[in-house]
Design a protein around this ligand. Structure first.
Ligand code: ADP
Length: 500
């Protein structure tokens, strides 16, 4: 509603009710803000580096994407001598921003003289530790941190941090949606939207919901999450972890480092990798497990088809899973995690229920595209690992024509075998090299076809499917062989389906 309306120039009683509702909402929001501010402890979320403490204040930022540019904006605001260096071409919009702010930068090169004199380096999560420049920085002993670690030093907002191998974006968006509906002054950042550092520089949120990847966690040291969520841990990105699962698991568990007894740790109690670590870990935070197979205390569980949350000292929450906007077993987990965060923040049950019900699913995650001749088309292009494809297959109750393939990150397809045997009648490969998929499934399905474009894949799948079937794009692989990224793959698929 236009703010002019609130001055009361309308005589329509319906509008007046709306206006007074808005007022009530504003008062509630204010109450909530005051309460949250009062609850905030002024413990910084991370601490300055030793060289910064000694007075050297040169920050070099490697990578000028959204997180690097945001970090540069914040570092400049905080009075650092800032330099940005990117080995690739910097996008025009970021170049323009750096120019406007007079922040020096270079692209398509790393000039060592300008980098190795830094007191601290902020590294984009996309740059691996084995990059030549990082090796040189390490040799010189210059601390390397992530943009999240850096920005955490300059805010006292409450941090809700979400990680896991799958479901981060979905859970982050759902949590943000509930908190926003509850009237909290909340920001959304991390691996999503505008960078955390940019928002710390320019906004004044009381709390943030942050999507945190393992690459970000690797460069986080003193940062502390008030509420940490660990959704699941299944093999992914092992190329960045020396092909050692335990390194990847340890990285994910950094989400709880520095937590104290006032903080909260929300995690999946059905995940073997998480349970293995918890068996011997000393967890300081209050623990809130969630499970769909048993009933943990101080957490969330399923009772028949009812999602229930019972936290100590809070009113129990329950909701039937049929009413959840996000369907499928994986989304029950995601909804449980978001629900526990909401209960910890004392959001009303009614607001949680309404928000979980009216949330709009995000693109490229089990996104319904169209129904053509009784065949349902689903775009799950974001399924870039085997585990996410498993959940997609699990959630569909018809025969499936599965479109999969792309860049295989050393996938083990055996976990898909049972579901493929029982539901998949044909596989349409969409990738440059499809050998691993043929090897895994040629004895299991009647038809496996190679295709090399989204339109070819959609067309072939359409011909192979019958009325009542589902055509599912859920690749289990990344997209970089034939597409720019998973969004491009999903968009090309959707456009092709609409042409059928
Ligand atoms: P992330 O941000 O961790 O990559 P997304 O929310 O973008 O996660 O979802 C990525 C893929 O994983 C999608 O195909 C989605 O359907 C699937 N997915 C979502 N939540 C889960 C979960 N809890 N467990 C397994 N797969 C999931």
């Amino acid at each position: 509603m236009d703010t002019g309306n609130i001055n009361g120039h309308y005589h329509d009683s319906h509008i007046e009710i709306e206006i007074s509702k808005n007022k009530e909402q504003r008062t509630k929001t204010k109450d909530k803000r005051n309460k949250m501010q009062a609850n905030q402890q002024h413990i910084p979320h991370s601490a300055p580096s030793p060289s910064e403490k000694a007075g050297v204040r040169r920050i070099v930022i490697l990578g000028a994407g959204e997180s690097g540019t945001g970090a540069a904006i914040l570092a400049q605001k905080e009075g650092f001598d800032v330099f940005v260096s990117d080995l690739s071409v910097i996008a025009d919009k970021y170049k323009a921003e750096l120019n406007t702010l007079n922040i020096p930068f270079e692209e398509q090169q790393h000039t060592e003289d300008l980098i190795l004199n830094a007191s601290e380096i902020i590294k984009s999560p996309g740059i691996p530790d084995k990059a030549a420049i990082i090796k040189k920085i390490n040799e010189k002993g210059i601390p390397v941190i992530s943009e999240i670690e850096f920005a955490g030093r300059y805010t006292n907002a409450k941090m809700i941090c979400i990680t896991g191998s799958n479901g981060k974006t979905t859970t982050t968006m759902l949590t943000y949606h509930i908190l926003k509906n509850a009237g909290l002054n909340v920001g959304l950042a991390g691996n999503i939207g505008f960078s955390f550092a940019r928002q710390v520089a320019r906004e004044s949120f009381d709390c943030y919901v942050l999507e945190i990847s393992s690459f970000m966690l690797d460069d986080m040291f003193a940062f502390r999450a008030d509420i940490a969520i660990l959704l699941n841990i299944t093999p992914d990105h092992l190329d960045r972890y020396n092909y050692q699962m335990e390194n990847y698991v340890a990285s994910k568990f950094r989400i709880i480092q520095n937590q104290n007894a006032q903080d909260h740790f929300i995690y999946c109690d059905d995940d073997p990798e998480i349970l293995k670590v918890l068996a011997s870990a000393d967890i300081k935070a209050q623990k809130h497990p969630f499970s769909i197979v048993h009933e943990p205390s101080n957490g969330a569980f399923l009772n028949n088809n009812n999602l229930q949350i019972n936290l100590t000292n809070t009113q129990p929450f329950d909701m039937t899973i049929q009413d959840l906007a996000l369907q499928g077993k994986h989304n029950v987990y995601n909804s449980m995690a978001s629900g526990i965060v909401s209960k910890v923040l004392e959001i009303r049950n009614e607001t949680i229920r309404e928000s979980m019900c009216n949330f709009k699913n995000i693109e490229h995650r089990l996104e319904h595209v169209a129904n053509i001749s009784g065949i349902s088309f689903i775009n799950d292009s974001k399924a870039t690992n085997v585990n996410s494809t498993w959940y997609a297959l699990e959630s569909i109750n018809t025969d499936i024509v599965l479109i999969m393939g792309g860049v295989d990150k050393g996938n083990d397809y055996s976990m898909l075998l049972d579901l493929v045997r029982s539901k998949v009648k044909a596989i349409v490969c969409l990738g440059k090299d499809n050998k691993a998929i043929h090897d895994a499934f040629e004895d299991e399905v009647e038809v496996i076809v190679n295709t090399f474009s989204a339109s070819e894949a959609a067309e072939v799948a359409y011909h192979l499917a019958k009325k009542g079937n589902t055509v599912l794009l859920s690749p289990a692989c990344s997209s970089f062989d034939l597409f720019k990224n998973y969004e491009d793959r999903g968009n090309q698929f959707k456009a092709a389906v609409k042409e059928l």
